[in-house]
Design a protein around this ligand. Structure first.
Ligand code: SER
Length: 340
């Protein structure tokens, strides 16, 4: 078991104790916007401070509680927000995703690593708990592809992957060296209908549902037989909350727990959609950059450590997720139709 020096163990980070004040960076993104809503319901809106580098989206969320315009790389600004709101836990979600990172690698390094180190530094100074998402992107072509284990080869070939592995190591370093209560999971592709992802290799698994509802057909940028791990958003939010609530006594790992809920390829997902929209048609126009990234990632991970150490268990499989996605997107497009 790995123990933090007790003077550093975060108040509110162990099971049964309630987190008091949370800051979310990248709060208007795909995961942030739903985690924000869930934490505001759970902790009260005033106890969940949202931050992002933009204010042009999701006005309802911005106006539902405290919001700060903040670049996570700006350590001083971050420290100021943490102090003003007496934050004790940071969910650090601001990062560039894999496909964007590959087209702007230097910027990806600066944001993904610069943001993380400034969060960890403030956490060290002020005794904060930190959640940082890693990803299936932290694996590479030499990683075993099937039932990829928790502790295995990680030699990623994308800049996104480089920042994710470095981030995992940095979080472990801050825990061992300074006792910062840094925790995290390796997310697979996240599927949701509220806020679209942007610039990810797994984004096809979101786009396909909108295209199915709106046009009955989709042109996929990955090959039909490309298997990747995926997860529906309610499970992703649950993972983020549960790992921070987990009893530290039971954590043998701390950061970068493999978590997965399903694995499929575009052809298979199209089959699930076709079960509900019989005429749905999929075609392929492969994007070589995203295909190369996807080919370097596992087909499916195992997530035994997360299950044993903090009780991880997803609720949505592909069939249930597909039905819910189609229903929710239809509801939204009906509402939009009526509003016209
Ligand atoms: N969804 C991410 C991406 O495709 C993987 O973590 O970049």
């Amino acid at each position: 078991m790995i123990r933090a020096p007790s003077r550093f163990v975060k108040r509110g980070a162990s099971k049964g104790e309630q987190m008091k004040r949370v800051l979310i960076t990248g709060a208007l993104g795909q995961l942030g916007s739903e985690l924000a809503t869930s934490l505001r319901e759970r902790l009260g809106a005033d106890n969940v401070v949202l931050s992002d580098i933009r204010t042009d989206v999701n006005r309802d969320l911005i106006e539902s509680g405290p919001f700060e315009l903040l670049d996570a790389v700006d350590g001083r600004g971050l420290s100021d927000v943490v102090r003003r709101y007496d934050v004790d836990t940071v969910y650090h979600l601001a990062a560039l995703l894999s496909a964007t990172a590959e087209t702007r690698p230097q910027e990806a390094w600066n944001l993904n690593m610069g943001g993380l180190i400034s969060v960890l530094e403030v956490a060290r100074e002020r005794g904060l708990a930190v959640f940082t998402p890693s990803s299936i992107g932290s694996f590479g072509p030499t990683t075993p592809k099937d039932w990829t284990s928790q502790d295995t080869l990680q030699r990623p070939t994308s800049m996104y992957g480089v920042t994710k592995v470095a981030g995992e190591l940095l979080c472990d370093y801050y825990f061992h060296k300074y006792g910062v209560d840094a925790r995290g999971v390796r997310y697979p592709g996240l599927i949701s209908y509220k806020t679209q992802p942007g610039g990810g290799t797994t984004d096809y698994a979101v786009e396909i549902f909108y295209a199915a509802v709106e046009h009955g057909r989709y042109t996929c940028f990955l090959k039909g037989d490309t298997y990747l791990d995926m997860m529906y958003m309610p499970d992703a939010v649950k993972a983020a909350v549960d790992i921070m609530d987990a009893d530290p006594e039971h954590l043998r790992h701390r950061n970068a727990f493999n978590v997965t809920a399903m694995s499929f390829c575009p052809e298979e997902l199209a089959g699930y959609i076709r079960a509900l929209i019989p005429n749905f048609d999929i075609s392929y126009k492969v994007d070589p950059i995203r295909q190369a990234i996807a080919d370097s990632w596992p087909n499916r991970m195992e997530d035994y450590a997360a299950r044993v150490e903090w009780g991880w268990k997803p609720e949505y499989d592909t069939e249930r997720m597909t039905a819910d996605m189609l229903e929710k997107i239809r509801e939204r497009s009906n509402v939009a139709e009526h509003a016209r």
